[in-house]
Write a protein that binds this ligand. Structure first.
Ligand code: PRT
Ligand code: MG
Length: 224
């Protein structure tokens, strides 16, 4: 049995069509069951539902053979014990610096001011500002970063942006893009060796689905 780790929400929703194109059916209604282990149309492949930030951990320790995780999550995790064979191109967004409308971020950077920056992505933010030579005090938050500048906790935030509507709703503006983000297929390095006859066709079928090559026959029986 091959175990694929997914998080609920956009990653689950955007992975299902790729699995379908790879010949693996999943009933989307099953997510409503609140079960954390879900069968698929392939009796050799099951899904487990975990928090987005926990996907690399499940795969690293081999509790799942394979998973789907955002580049943001993988950078913060470090990627230890994981192969990242396919960029699935799903759950796209960007990691950006945002600040209140009216805060002159560029001028503050030019002046060499010390900035207080709130973020969940402390490692990525630290690297970004260090590379630019900007002095920052990073404040780790676990959610609702957009609130921090509004109540004086920080001058700016580093957060994911997709449509930009969350920033707009909070009178914030994107002042710098750090990187583009999408989700990748990740594979446990030991599983890749010991279960390659099952994993390789599945990975190839997912890659073909991403490339828009449609149903790839081998995947149907691949994960037995
Ligand atoms: O939400 P939860 O706390 O359960 O967990 P999570 O936020 O880790 O999971 P989820 O499903 O929200 O995100 C999973 C992955 O989707 C992330 O790791 C990213 O790689 C990717 N992704 C793509 C996003 C977004 N787009 C996104 N817009 N993750 C989060 N957001 C948030 C962002 O943090 C901000 O609060 O949405 C808000 C901004 O969206 P816009 O459209 O208003 O710009
Ligand atoms: Mg979220």
């Amino acid at each position: 049995m091959i175990t694929l780790a997914l998080s609920k929400g956009r990653i689950f929703d955007e992975t299902l069509p790729l699995l379908a194109a790879a010949g693996i059916a999943v009933d989307p209604a099953i997510i409503e069951s609140r079960k954390l282990i879900l069968p698929t149309g392939d009796p050799g492949l099951r899904l487990i539902i975990v928090r987005a930030t926990d996907v690399p951990t499940y795969v690293q320790y081999g509790a799942a053979d394979i998973g789907v995780a955002g580049r943001d999550v993988l950078l913060e995790h470090g990627g230890e014990g994981l192969y990242q064979p396919v960029d699935l191109g799903i759950a796209r967004c960007r990691l950006s610096v945002a600040a209140p409308v009216g805060f002159d971020y560029a001028a503050a950077v030019r002046r060499g001011s010390r900035l207080r920056v709130a973020t969940k992505y402390v490692d990525c933010a630290r690297q970004h500002f260090a590379a630019k030579g900007v002095h920052v005090d990073l404040i780790k938050l676990y959610g609702s970063m957009e609130l921090a500048p509004l109540v004086g906790l920080a001058d700016a935030i580093v957060d994911l942006v997709s449509t930009g509507s969350t920033l707009r709703a909070n009178n914030l503006i994107e002042v710098e893009k750090i990187m583009n983000i999408s989700s990748r297929l990740i594979v446990n390095q030991a599983s890749m060796k010991t279960r390659s006859e099952r994993l390789e066709p599945l990975i190839a079928a997912m890659a073909a689905a991403v490339a828009g090559e449609g149903v790839v026959a081998p995947a149907a029986g691949a994960a037995k």
